[in-house]
Design a protein around this ligand. Structure first.
Ligand code: CU
Length: 186
């Protein structure tokens, strides 16, 4: 009869739990909330953000950008009516630590490509929020491109628990910003 020490078993269970990787798939888009904005060859699908807890200072902005043209562009910034400042960010996992950094040169939107800004990945970072974001609301803002210029959009505010299907990490809203385990650069 073979018996595993319980500590070993427990370690194995924990290893299993943390090794569950997010499945690769697109962002869930609620049909009822689907909306899009166009600027030349660019289509901005379903800009959205997440409701925030009272006192939250930051939020994440997400959108799918389709470049149907044959010229590359770059997302270099944005704006959000309820934020003091908006930056283009990248989130990566370093082991089990989430790291975010500002993409100083912007985010490349190659010709004929689709680029997703989604939780756990590229996102707009809304800094210095001036009011809590309430689910169900829409908030005016914009995306700024190197070539297409500033494109006005409206961000749908989704539930605080809303996340892309493929993002176990959750990113903004799921975790207190700047909390333990998260390093925020810049
Ligand atoms: Cu960020």
């Amino acid at each position: 009869m073979v018996q595993f020490p319980t500590t070993l078993l427990r370690a194995a269970l924990i290893a299993c739990a943390v090794s569950v990787l997010p499945a690769a798939s697109g962002v869930t888009i609620e049909t009822a909330l689907a909306h899009e904005f166009k600027a030349g060859a660019l289509t901005l699908n379903h800009p959205w953000t997440r409701a925030t807890a009272k006192g939250a200072e930051m939020g994440g902005g997400f959108v799918t950008i389709v470049n149907a043209g044959n010229e590359a562009d770059r997302l270099i910034g944005g704006s959000f009516a309820l934020a003091g400042r908006t930056e283009v960010h990248e989130m990566t996992m370093d082991g089990d630590v989430m790291k975010m950094r500002q993409l100083e040169g912007g985010l490349a939107i190659p010709a004929g490509s689709t680029v997703e800004l989604k939780p756990g990945s590229y996102h707009l970072m809304f800094m210095k929020l001036t009011a809590p974001l309430e689910a169900g609301a829409t908030v005016k803002g914009s995306l700024v491109f190197e070539k297409a210029g500033e494109v006005p959009v409206e961000f749908a505010v989704e539930a605080i628990s809303a996340k892309a299907k493929d993002s176990k990490a959750g990113g903004h809203g799921a975790m207190p910003m700047g909390g333990a385990g998260m390093k925020h650069g810049g």
